[in-house]
Design a protein around this ligand. Structure first.
Ligand code: BGP
Length: 476
């Protein structure tokens, strides 16, 4: 029986826009999602799980269920409704109260500065493509370190730079909803890597207490077959999904192999390659050395085939199994293997991908400091059992258990994982799927805002108490 260390964090993850609700309360400024969702008219981010008002209850549940850490994000627009300048005191007060309650309940807050919710005024300036936004983001980070520094030990600069930029500029499912602009996608990532590095240096040179890291979505990429075309498609997809920003933030240097893959993708789409500046690389190298931890979000792996046609991406936002399409010009085609189970949203369930990704961080990118699994979990169409007042989510338990074992196997092989956060703590708003895709340990009735522990919450409590997660041999 493998036992996790006594000081291991068993966390639950959230993000401001997905759980807080209250999108116009207490002077909060508009964020990119407000306008985008309003114009589309399909999904409503209010009331989400009303964490803005319900956080005391959620933190009490954490305490009761052995959850000793929580990932939360600060909404930039609650503090600076215009992105910079005038501070909204009520927003600042809310986060003080939130962190205070975390400490009262013995729940360590891991705080993300940006989790997909760019203030609209900043997007109007050009978002991650504009120097003005990058500069204001650094100022906002400094404000948070000064204001909340004594309450927060663990800081995360940006959540998933790559999923943000690829969904903004390639998939078109995140505002501003642009498709197949690979130049903009890589430029936004480049800028995020750089602004992340500036903030790490600001934190370190400012002598703030605590630790700072970044959170990456690391979906492992494999070729479908041993053919040259499939292997090359996997390398290209890997550059798009992982290696460009791992080079930028973890290695601290863009390697020629990765840059040549990036160039191949951009040029195959008739677009202009981005420029890598030596002075930027010097900063990346310094920040990679100074950064304290890497956060890994892992949900699924990808299997690639060579593909020569035009780009076509169809997003499965409803849970209609088999409806996703992802083939990109100059990259390859993603196909699900029939021998690997997938969720209703077509995400292959492949715990070995987590093991491979974690060991690669150490072996290929030379990362030998702390790692946190900052998100992992299973989105399901949960059925609430009114008589039992719970959800019997055995599938989710199985998913989490297998991924914990994969994580533990990587730990046994030398990866320093210090904590694991289930996505998500409670059911909440999903960016492109609304309320039908539930991930929580706690079921939320979105009408009444009542919380009900799912079977997985009871199971997680037991794991957190005993630290026993099963036999490592069963990892596959
Ligand atoms: C990650 C995000 C989270 C969350 C999760 C599940 O990429 O950091 O914010 O949304 O994915 O994604 P989804 O809600 O699309 O299923």
């Amino acid at each position: 029986m493998y036992k996790l260390p006594e000081d291991f964090y068993f966390g639950g993850a959230t993000a401001a826009y997905q759980c807080e609700g209250a999108t116009t309360e207490d002077g909060k400024g508009e964020v990119i999602w407000d306008k985008y969702l309003r114009e589309k008219g399909e999904l409503n981010p209010d009331p989400a799980s009303d964490f803005y008002h319900k956080y005391p209850q959620d933190l009490e549940l954490c305490h009761e269920f052995g959850i000793n850490a929580i990932r939360v994000s600060i909404s930039w627009a609650r503090i600076f409704p215009e992105g910079y300048g005038k501070v909204e005191k009520r927003g600042v007060e809310y986060y003080h109260k939130l962190f205070q309650k975390c400490h009262e309940e013995g729940v360590e807050p891991f705080v993300t500065l940006h989790h997909f919710d760019t203030p609209q005024v900043m997007q109007d300036e050009g978002g991650w493509l504009s120097q003005a936004m990058l500069d204001h983001f650094v100022d906002y980070a400094k404000f948070c370190f000064d204001e909340f520094g004594s309450e927060v030990k663990y800081w995360i600069t940006i959540n998933e730079p790559t999923s943000m930029s690829s969904q903004q500029y390639i998939g078109g499912t995140f505002p501003p909803g642009i498709k197949y602009d690979f130049n903009k996608c890589f430029q936004a990532e480049y800028n995020m890597n750089l602004v992340h590095a500036r903030i790490v240096e600001l934190f370190k040179q400012g002598g703030y207490q605590g630790q700072i890291g970044v959170v990456h979505a690391l979906q492992t990429v494999y070729p479908m077959t041993d053919s040259q075309a499939d292997k090359h498609a996997a390398d290209l997809q890997d550059a798009l999904d992982n290696t460009f920003y791992l080079d930028g933030t973890v290695r601290g240097k863009y390697t020629p192999e990765v840059l040549s893959l990036v160039q191949e993708i951009i040029e195959a789409n008739g677009q202009k390659m981005i420029e890598v500046k030596p002075e930027d690389e010097a900063l990346l190298a310094k920040a990679a050395k100074d950064m304290d931890f890497v956060g890994v979000n892992y949900y699924f792996s990808k299997f690639m085939r060579g593909y020569q046609g035009k780009s076509e991406i169809i997003h499965n936002g409803t849970g209609e199994k088999g409806s996703s399409v992802s083939r990109m010009q100059g990259v390859g085609e993603q196909v699900n293997r029939t021998d690997i189970p997938a969720t209703d949203w077509d995400w292959p369930i492949y715990p070995k991908g987590l093991y491979d990704q974690l060991t690669r961080l150490k072996d290929r990118f030379g990362w030998d400091k702390d790692v946190y699994i900052t998100e992992n979990g299973m989105g399901c169409k949960d059925k609430f059992l009114a008589d039992k007042k719970t959800v019997e989510d055995d599938e989710r338990i199985d998913y989490i258990k297998k991924h914990l074992l994969a994580m533990a196997k990587a730990m046994a092989d030398g990866v320093k994982v210090k904590g694991y956060f289930v996505w998500s703590l409670q059911d909440m708003f999903s960016w492109t799927n609304g309320y039908t895709k539930r991930y929580g340990l706690f079921y939320v009735d979105f009408e009444t805002q009542e919380r009900y522990p799912k079977k997985s919450a009871y199971w997680y409590k037991k794991i957190s108490e005993t630290k026993e997660i099963g036999e490592l041999e069963t990892v596959q």
